[in-house]
Design a protein around this ligand. Structure first.
Ligand code: ZN
Length: 160
């Protein structure tokens, strides 16, 4: 497969997740709520998490919001990859995704679906679209359940 074909394939997968997201909506119940905004493109993501009884494992993740194909596809892919992960595993995935956007490394076999976003690292203006959902996740995991209604994160000041 040539690099061109591979890119087309990735684009197809991204468009598919954008058009038919599998994880859109709200978890029931909502244990964490976080809104994220990417001013440079106008993407807005509302992330909800359902955790286990001890609050250290993710049982379900859903997202809502509006954004470009990359932002929505990234959120959908992330939500699918997070089910059953511990919160510390999830935070390590945030780190790994950010590194992948810098062109450093990728996800291992069991999470290889996320590598579809790898191509975005070649388009600096789009990186914030792809990382928005991960920034939002990080904020959601680091917030306590008590202030979930206030949850809002913007990546305006973040470096790409
Ligand atoms: Zn965007």
């Amino acid at each position: 497969m040539t690099l061109g074909n591979l890119r087309d394939l990735y684009q197809q997968v991204i468009l598919e997740h954008y058009k038919k997201p599998k994880h859109k909506g709200k978890t029931n119940p909502v244990h964490r709520y976080q809104r994220g905004h990417n001013p440079s493109c106008g993407d807005t993501i509302e992330l909800t998490l359902q955790l286990n009884e001890t609050g250290d494992r993710i049982e379900d993740v859903k997202f809502d919001g509006q954004g470009c194909a990359i932002a929505i596809a990234s959120a959908d892919l992330m939500a699918g990859a997070l089910r059953g992960k511990s919160t510390s595993e999830a935070l390590a995935m945030v780190q790994r995704f950010q590194e992948m956007m810098k062109g450093q490394g990728e996800f291992p076999q069991e999470q290889r679906k996320l590598n579809v976003m790898q191509g975005v690292s070649q388009f600096p203006v789009r990186i914030k679209c792809a990382t928005l959902t991960w920034h939002t996740l990080k904020a959601a995991l680091e917030s306590s359940s008590g202030n979930h209604l206030e949850g809002f994160v913007s990546n305006e000041k973040e470096e790409a």
